[in-house]
Design a protein around this ligand. Structure first.
Ligand code: GDP
Length: 327
């Protein structure tokens, strides 16, 4: 029977052997909202954990149109040409709001998709950024266990998604465009502080000079920030993702960062801190999910919302009542 669903063990074994179909299946399990699938997903993650953790995790962010997918395609091809296995994951909180996500609709990274040493997975959907981020976090573990030694996590850069991606990566790359001398305007301060490198993309043709100027301006701005705990001074570069220029330098920079932070032990320290953070996040997500999935709560919540509408209870009284409901 060809349509027979493979067992958790079959999926895990295939995944660990590097089989993309089984990796995709495992990811579908963890993304599913069905309790049975989630349980299977947890079993697979458990079996994968001893094989995870050995990758470099790189976050890439930038506004829509900056060239993220073009960059990741060039970057990914460079990495696979150097005998790496690259997985590309995406955190797109908007995928929960509408069926068509910001990143989703067009065919992206057409060449990288075909590369046997690359694996590309669109964003999980979820009803909150926390949920999407947790699934991505789990996806990292599965991809690492499947042998991917470089994980690129892309985010659209809306709202809090950069912070989420920053909290699951070793290196955080901000893509920017050269403007008309007002590069620093409109850039959220927190994002500058998270960046380990700022790369000005589309440094080609007539745009070359402006890109160089932007690079210098960002460089000056970065020096105004206090030194990072990593001991690393954020760097600025220019590149053309389209013409494949300067991509190698970005990789060299990341290698330098990894080597420096492994030497000063910040690399492991950061991962440990991230694990602590994710422990708390997982608890929070689970409590929330269990609470809202409780049938009693579902029913009572509707009633309480109506009572609020009719001004017959206060939010605090209603919350206290709902939180006390047992399964
Ligand atoms: P994303 O929305 O950030 O993923 O951006 P895309 O990768 O889809 O790129 C948006 C547009 O910019 C596309 O038309 C790309 O061809 C173009 N683009 C991307 N990188 C470069 C580059 O380095 N130079 C130039 N000239 N165009 C680029």
């Amino acid at each position: 029977n060809r349509s027979k669903t493979p067992s958790t063990q079959q999926i895990t074994e295939g995944l660990l052997a590097g089989n993309k179909t089984q990796l995709s299946r495992a990811l579908t399990r963890i993304e599913s909202t069905a309790e049975k699938h989630q349980q299977e997903g947890r079993e697979i993650i458990e079996a994968c954990l001893p094989h995870a953790n050995k990758s470099i995790r790189i976050g890439v962010t930038g506004v829509p149109g900056v060239g993220k997918s073009t960059f990741i395609e060039s970057f990914g091809k460079l990495l696979t040409s150097k005998e790496n296995k690259v997985a590309v994951l995406t955190v797109d909180p908007s995928s929960s709001l509408s069926k068509g996500s910001i990143l989703g609709d067009k065919t992206r990274m057409e060449e990288l998709v075909k590369d046997p040493n690359a694996f590309i997975r669109p964003s999980a959907s979820g009803d909150s950024l926390g949920g999407v981020a947790q699934k991505t976090r789990e996806a990292i573990i599965l991809c690492e266990a499947a042998g991917y030694n470089i994980i690129v996590i892309e985010t659209v850069g809306v709202g809090q998604s950069e912070t989420a991606v920053h909290s699951m990566t070793d290196f955080f790359l901000l893509l920017k465009l050269a403007g008309a001398g007002d590069e620093l305007q409109g850039i959220k301060r927190g994002i500058m502080e998270m960046a380990d490198a700022i790369v000005i993309n589309k440094a080609d043709g007539e745009n070359r000079k402006a890109a160089k100027m932007a690079k210098n301006e960002f460089n000056r701005a970065l020096h105004l920030y206090p030194p990072k705990e990593s001991g690393w001074t954020p760097k600025t570069l220019t590149c053309s993702a389209l013409e494949n220029e300067g991509i190698d330098d970005v990789w060299k920079l990341i290698e330098a960062y990894i080597s420096e932070t492994k030497k000063n032990q910040y690399f492991q320290h950061k991962r440990t801190e991230q694990n602590k953070f994710w422990l708390l996040q997982t608890i929070e997500n689970t409590l929330k999910r269990d609470f809202y999935n409780n049938p009693k709560v579902k029913k009572a919540l509707e009633v309480q919302l109506k009572l609020i509408e009719a001004n017959k209870t206060s939010p605090f009284e209603a919350a206290a009542y709902l939180l006390k409901l047992k399964k």
